[in-house]
Design a protein around this ligand. Structure first.
Ligand code: JCQ
Length: 239
């Protein structure tokens, strides 16, 4: 997979050089390049924003620099990803969809956003997806790009050593993950649930499922409604 990021704060994306993402790049699983949007400005002040038509507070990112950046970076097989509070929810399912694509271009917006014509024009020549990480507003999309790139990179084949760890992650099967424990068996007078040390893998799987159902009911009733619960799950909820 190839990833390009165009930003007015390219140094914000430096953490993408580290850890698993750095490993994925080292393995040739992921190609990543970060670009400075101001490369594509042509005025002496390298201007990237201006006041909004129709009035209102703040500034809007001008279309020209973005248009020239995408002219250079995009191909017809590119997908433009724009992190924005106004986007579709970014979920593990969306992460899987994006992980299958050949080329992602991230357009983290600053100020009040990017002139809409940039996205409309891009949509005539590539896929465009506006995605939201949550219902809050950041100063810019760079932090969201770090999150999205990490969520996608860990799904790329060869990145995670133990493929099984993907199976147990939250949001698989639509439920939250059960609580996890490791040594010591007792810590500050708190014992690990004895069932997990019983060696009875059938009971352990049932216990974990029950914990996942209860935790999801408590914290994310929206996910529970969408999950395919079996009779035992319903018994757990009605206990
Ligand atoms: C492109 O337009 C804008 C406008 C305002 C802020 C941002 C940065 O993204 C977020 O704030 C965000 C992303 N998911 N949840 C919040 C982008």
């Amino acid at each position: 997979m190839r990833v390009d990021v165009v930003s007015i704060f390219p140094e914000y994306l430096a953490p993408l050089e580290l850890s698993l993402i750095g490993k994925a790049r080292g393995l040739g699983i992921l190609e990543l390049q970060v670009h400075d949007l101001r490369t594509w400005t042509n005025d002496v002040h390298r201007t990237v924003d201006d006041t909004p038509y129709g009035g209102g507070p703040g500034m809007v990112m001008r279309p020209e620099p973005w248009g020239r950046a995408l002219d250079q970076v995009a191909t017809p097989e590119s997908t433009l990803i724009v992190p924005t509070p106004a986007g579709e929810p970014f979920t593990q399912r969306v992460a899987h969809e994006l992980a299958d694509l050949p080329h992602l271009i991230f357009a983290p917006g600053r100020y009040e956003g990017i002139d809409q014509r940039v996205l409309d024009h891009a949509a005539t020549r590539m896929n465009v997806r506006e995605v939201s990480l949550g219902d809050y507003v950041l100063f810019g999309g760079e932090v969201a790009v770090l999150v999205i790139v990490e969520a996608i990179t860990r799904l790329l084949p060869g990145v995670l050593g133990n493929a099984d760890s993907l199976v147990e992650e939250s949001h698989t099967g639509g439920l939250l993950e059960a609580p996890m424990y490791t040594k010591p068996a007792v810590w500050r007078e708190q014992p690990v649930p004895e069932i997990l040390r019983s060696g009875d893998h059938g009971r352990i799987a049932r216990w974990r499922r029950a914990q996942a159902v209860l935790r999801t009911a408590e914290r994310r009733p929206d996910l529970l409604a969408a999950a395919d619960l079996d009779k035992r799950d319903l018994d757990v909820l009605n206990e």
